[in-house]
Design a protein. Sequence first.
Length: 486
Amino acid sequence: MSSPPLRVLFATPEAAPFVKTGGLGDVAGALPAALAALGADVRLLLPAYRGAAAKLASAREVAPLAGTPPARLVAGTAPNGVPVLLLDCPAYFDRPGGPYQDERGADHADNAFRFGLLSRVAAAIGTDASPIGWRADVVHANDWQTGLAPAYLRHAPDAAAKSIVTIHNLAFQGIFPPAVLAPLGLPPQSFSIDGVEYYGQVSFLKAGLYYADAITTVSPTYAREIQGEPLGFGLQGLLAGRRDVLHGILNGIDTEAWDPERDPLIPAHYSAARLEAKAGNKVALRRRFALDDLAVPLAAMVSRLTDQKGVDLLLERARDILALPAQLVVVGTGEPQYERLLATLAKRNRGRMGVAIGFDEPLAHLAEAGADIFLMPSRFEPCGMNQMFSQRYGTVPVVHATGGLADSVTDTTPATLAAGTATGFVFARPTAADFFTAVRRAVHAWGHPELWARLQRNGMARDFSWGASARRYLDLYRELVRSARA
């Protein structure tokens, strides 16, 4: 007789299409569906932000939750068929602004209690007293906002589930004053170096990293990088001490939403066998930014405009890139000084450079399809997805050798060209000089059409779907559950 499916609660502060601010939203929107396709019994838990319930099919209350402020769990189905649990607490989540910040960009003052409640509910579903009549075998927490779930599980007398926490970006740790400990319902003894305490504060992420049965990051290289400085951000000692339960699993991408043969957001569909049709998207992208129709490569960057993403490196060498010659397109939003500098630079280089400030999904798709070269000079990048979108779209990436960029882009060298594995251009140090050298190599390669087509087809042949990653997560879950039963 076959064993019952593994029960997995995927707890997250965001998930597409309900709410998304970055890569975590994409992961949480896709990975549970991939796990379900492999036979797991998955439930997705996230807050009922304003408007989220409207995206839930067959919504119904399944459990009132005791405590203050009033809260309940609402069950339904996501558009991709995954069962969803919304934590409906209007006092905490039905408010203007984003999931973490208000309309002015300031952190919500009660974030510790908002996400403490989310963590506590996630842990409760992993106990024998689960409020919904379904108990998880594994509670999978994501980032600091659900980092207390493993702590609550460890201190619950009726805990039955194993816990795992995934680090999507270690730079964000959820640090709060020690006064939050008692209202959060954590025992006083948990406020120690062997617990939630972090330099006299309470760290939600540190709690998850200390108490979880397993830790994952979103790429193998990032798993190594965070065990030391500078990318350990103060937690490198804890992570190095737990290296035996630390796993790097490269994210996948939604290969249905990102498919150049069927993408409804681009004007010209194409494939590796019909690369010539890609040119129609370059025409459309140039038209969108009023760029001149020249026989030069078009390089694009779609990104948050921050130091982490290396926007300063682009600004420092933008004129040199334009002089190669090449054209530039930048799409994104972020730090105001970078928005202003990029807009000014584009104004001074009309016809050769275009900038769109803001998040624009259709334009992001057009940039991926219409550009020849995609730029990702990130100082650090836990995984990154645009470099995978780019390769799938035959747009050759230029990336810094860090995190998931190093794991998913193969530098173009004589050896990798001979092996048929070259897919992009990789630079070792996050400096403006190294970045420009890599861009210059890409522009030179673009001038050799047969070589360029080989790079495009190599990238388009890569499998970045969620299937392989989901299998690794499922194997890890099973290992945790087997060890608990043993």
